[in-house]
Design a protein around this ligand. Structure first.
Ligand code: NAD
Length: 331
């Protein structure tokens, strides 16, 4: 099957090409994102393969349909960037990679938390400059503290398990509670209790209209003062301007972001020789107690291999007329 791969970085080419040895699809790689101006590149391809910031809205789906595309393969779990209703109406199937490595994302969330709590980013810079002073680097023990997980799905549960290993009391909130979360020795709590008792909060729910800006001025004001927040899920969960105010007042003790609401224009590219005009992100990065990574939580060898293999398996299922194991259906 002819597949147009958008937002293709070197690692996408390498891992998709390796996975394709077993599948024999015709892959055409495009470094550009799928956007109105690049949509014609998809013409004649039965499938497009896209990533987190490629916008696959109704207009794009119509353009893809005109060009002969029948399948959209997401190389990711979240599908907030796809208009599923429009796809269903046009008869375009959408597949994603549901289960690649929850460990990759959960471990990155923990890495960010440890770094922000113990100021590893600052210590790294200091010691390189022969500054061995400890002033301002004091953190707190995770042991005995309360860690909250918002969204106790695959990634949230791995995160919970790791935090249990630290000796944390783990609480969580999910629209659809699961016994597997409670089996970890964690328990569910209402948002009010989470705000009042959590020292650490990690976001692992999808971005939906319901979860958009779930972290906002009001919810931040209900947090335990000095709590640490980590978001490895989707940028739109956090109102970044409200987070800036909470950091300024000390209400938020630290913030670690792997995702950012306006990341589409910034992440996955080297902008080091340009002027970044996003004042909100620049303000965030000016805080000593904020760490930003550029949507890299998924970025492990194991995760990328599985993402690429699953994506091409889905394409093969489609080409062979088989049921699609990873199809995203309208709720
Ligand atoms: P999952 O579907 O296994 O878990 C999501 C959980 O969120 C589910 O338990 C669901 O019931 C819950 N949920 C849904 N709506 C909710 C709401 N309104 N409030 C609270 N909980 C709600 O998904 P997952 O594999 O654990 O992935 C979670 C998210 O992580 C994805 O949606 C994606 O946005 C993000 N992600 C980020 C990266 C990265 O590299 N940064 C990589 C993979 C996934």
């Amino acid at each position: 099957m002819k597949i147009a791969v958008f937002s293709a970085k070197r690692y996408d080419r390498d891992f998709l090409s390796a996975a394709n040895a077993a599948q024999q699809h015709q892959l055409q790689f495009f470094e550009v994102a799928l956007a109105p101006e690049s949509a014609t590149l998809a013409e004649g391809h039965e499938a497009v393969c896209v990533f987190v910031n490629d916008v696959v809205d109704a207009a794009m789906l119509e353009a893809l349909k005109r060009g002969g595309t029948k399948l959209v393969c997401l190389r990711c779990t979240g599908f907030n960037n796809v208009d599923l209703a429009a796809a269903a109406k046009l008869g375009i199937k959408v597949v994603r990679v549901v289960d690649y490595s929850p460990y990759s994302v959960a471990e990155h969330a923990v890495a960010l938390l440890l770094a922000i709590n113990r100021s590893i980013h600052r210590a790294y810079n200091r010691t390189r400059d022969s500054n061995f002073s400890l002033d301002g680097l004091m953190g707190f023990d995770f042991h005995g503290k309360t860690a909250a997980v918002i969204g106790t799905g695959k990634i949230g549960r791995v995160f919970a398990k790791i935090m249990r290993g630290f000796g944390c009391n783990v609480i969580g909130y999910d629209k659809y509670p699961s016994p597997e979360f409670e089996a970890l020795g964690a328990h569910y709590a209402e948002p009010g209790e989470i705000g009042a008792s959590a020292d650490i909060i990690s976001l692992h729910c999808p971005l939906t209209p319901e979860t958009y800006h779930i972290v906002n001025a009001e919810s931040l004001s209900r947090l335990k003062r000095g709590a640490l927040l980590v978001n490895t899920s989707r940028g739109g969960l956090v109102d970044a301007e409200a987070a800036i105010q909470a950091l300024k007042s000390g209400q938020l003790g630290g913030l670690a972001l792997d995702v950012y609401e306006q990341e589409a224009e910034l992440f996955f590219r080297d902008l080091s020789s340009t002027i970044v005009t996003d004042d909100v992100l620049q303000r965030l990065m000016a805080f000593p107690n904020v760490i930003v990574t550029g949507h890299q939580a998924f970025f492990t060898r194991e995760a990328i291999s599985t993402i690429c293999e699953t994506t091409l398996q889905s394409a093969s299922e489609f080409a062979e007329g088989k049921p699609l194991s990873n199809e995203i259906k309208l709720p």
